[in-house]
Design a protein around this ligand. Structure first.
Ligand SMILES: C[S@@+](CC[C@H](N)C(=O)[O-])C[C@H]1O[C@@H](n2cnc3c(N)ncnc32)[C@H](O)[C@@H]1O
Length: 258
């Protein structure tokens, strides 16, 4: 079974509480950087695509901006509405946005793009709803040498699970955006971003997030428990005993020309 992306938004919906407890805090610094790179101005309309539990959307509010968070996972949006009540949330597929051409100024997306089957077509759809002169700022996991798959590869292989190794390089990411019509593209990489899981319970919770839970769904309880233990034993730990899974972030920003 190949893990990366399988299950998509439905898998996130079913594991939303586990996501909020593990991944959402890990991605908060990434969301902060995505918002910083978006260079938001007063009064703009901002769309946070694949908003999840609404972190970037919440960070984008202020200065009279209208912020909309969009996600296909109802379970994630339920938490987002609770966490960030000042944001408007829309349940929709990000490959077919329910928005008019040129109706917003800025698109932001934190670790969401790689769930698209066709990243160029998806970036073109995101560009469609941005007004001329508007901007995009996003992140994806990477570079491919630091994602959790690298640390956990041996264990996944032993259990016959393929993570999927198609993380883009900075150049490939920029190429997709360019092919989708974005201009002024700039990229950056931060390999230090990591998921910190305080203890074994948090680690098991993280294992349920998104498509990860699907790999072991029909295993016996014993096999699942052994799999989790093997993964934990393969994961580096910090001095305070927390598990630390390298995740990384590639950033991209660009604009739609006038
Ligand atoms: C790794 S999470 C990131 C969530 C959030 N941006 C954050 O920083 O915590 C990816 C999100 O993309 C959403 N997603 C995946 N495929 C989608 C699609 N086709 N349309 C809309 N949302 C999608 C998932 O439901 C999930 O909430």
């Amino acid at each position: 079974m190949t893990l990366q992306r399988s299950g998509g938004a439905a898998a996130f919906s079913a594991s939303a509480e586990a996501y909020a407890a593990t991944m959402a805090p890990a991605l908060r610094p990434v969301a902060r950087e995505v918002i910083r790179r978006a260079e938001l101005r007063a009064g703009e309309t901002v769309l946070d695509i694949g908003t999840g539990t609404g972190t970037a959307a919440g960070l984008a509010t202020g200065d009279g901006r209208r912020v909309v968070g969009l996600d296909a996972a109802a379970g994630m949006l339920q938490i987002a509405r609770r966490e960030v009540p000042e944001v408007e949330f829309v349940e929709a597929d990000f490959t077919d946005l329910p928005l008019a051409d040129g109706s917003i100024q800025v698109v932001v997306a934190v670790h969401a793009l790689l769930f698209a089957d066709d990243c160029v077509a998806t970036l073109a759809e995101w560009r469609r709803v941005v007004a001329p002169g508007g901007r995009i700022s996003l992140s994806v996991p990477g570079p491919g040498t630091v994602v959790p798959a690298v640390v956990l590869h041996g264990v996944y292989d032993r259990y016959d699970i393929t993570w999927g190794d198609d993380y883009p390089t900075e150049g490939e990411l920029a190429g997709w955006a360019e092919a989708a019509g974005w201009e002024g593209i700039q990229t950056a990489a931060d390999p230090t971003i990591a998921i910190s899981l305080a203890d074994a319970d948090q680690f098991r919770s993280w294992l349920r997030v998104g498509s990860r839970g699907r790999a072991s769904a029909d295993w016996s309880a014993e096999r699942r428990a052994q799999f989790a233990l093997d993964l934990m034993n393969a994961t580096p730990r910090t001095a305070d005993g927390a598990y630390r899974l390298p995740f990384g972030a590639l950033y991209l920003s660009g604009r739609r020309s006038l």
